[in-house]
Design a protein around this ligand. Structure first.
Ligand code: SAM
Length: 253
């Protein structure tokens, strides 16, 4: 999928808040081997290295566009690799991920697989968006079922693999982890107008549609999306509550 780092970073301030909350879950220790899943442009990967003395952090991502921006950040202890989350291996003291695993299917298999890569005492700490039931994100699947988009997409619409917090807690427990902490949080963003909502989603959740729709339908799709958003949000500014899931757990020593 083709990511646009500039568009993604347009909402840096809003996207940084959940990252701070994720960082507060990380147990600070020294000399760790750390893996950042879906590191994007690597800013957050670097911040985690800065909080963990004498550690080595590897950021992995499947997007060349995002990873290109990491080249200037490389320094001792900080490395980046083109690698899909589905293919990670090795033994880690900390595996963390901010806003990335929602792009990987089958969390029932993914979470136990990640936990199995933790060393004794190792920690997993994850933040993932869980806003797919919000109207701003059900509009896109609604449109995908309508013509001309339905035929162009061959009946496809984006299904998010995100589970409930109870299911994440079960998966962590069944994988042998302890100190389990799982919760949801709503970030009450107030955006200037619906164009800001469109920019936000064009940088993430709408990307799978742009990837599959022929170029000549991109504008029609966005215009139809805009019309429905306008009905939903007739006034400005726009209250855009954004729900996210956090989980953290550690393996026994
Ligand atoms: C929303 S960005 C988050 C980036 C970074 N963690 C942050 O918080 O700024 C999601 C990232 O996950 C990456 N990603 C999506 N699916 C992936 C996969 N299967 N394997 C590796 N990276 C993936 C994307 O390329 C993108 O850089």
């Amino acid at each position: 999928m083709s990511w646009n780092p500039e568009l993604y970073h347009k909402f840096k301030k809003e996207r940084f808040e959940p990252f701070k909350d994720l960082m507060s879950l990380i147990v600070v220790r020294e000399g760790l081997r750390v893996l950042d899943l879906g590191c994007g442009t690597g800013e957050l990967t670097e911040m985690v290295l800065d909080m963990l003395p004498q550690s080595e952090v590897l950021g992995i991502d499947s997007s060349k566009e995002m990873l290109e921006k990491t080249s200037i950040k490389k320094r001792p202890g900080l490395n980046f690799e083109l690698c899909p989350i589905e293919k990670v291996s090795g033994g880690w003291d900390l595996i963390f991920s901010n806003a990335a695993i929602q792009w990987v299917s089958n969390h029932e298999q993914l979470i136990p697989g990640l936990v199995s890569l933790l060393k004794p005492g190792g920690q997993i700490a994850v933040q993932l968006p869980a806003n797919h039931k919000h109207a701003t994100q059900t509009i896109d699947s609604e449109l995908a079922r309508e013509e001309p988009f339905s035929s162009a997409l061959g009946g496809w619409s984006k299904e998010w693999p995100v589970l409930s917090i109870g299911e994440y807690a079960d998966l962590l427990y069944e994988s042998g982890a302890q100190d389990i902490n799982v919760f949801e949080k709503i970030y009450p963003h107030v955006l200037e107008n619906i164009e800001a909502v469109i920019d936000w989603l064009s940088g993430t959740a709408l990307l799978p549609y742009f990837e599959r729709l022929p170029q000549e339908l991109h504008e029609d799709f966005l215009n139809s999306y805009r019309e429905r958003l306008q009905d939903l949000y007739p006034e400005v500014p726009v209250f855009y509550p954004f729900q996210r899931i956090f989980f953290s757990a550690r393996m026994p020593q």
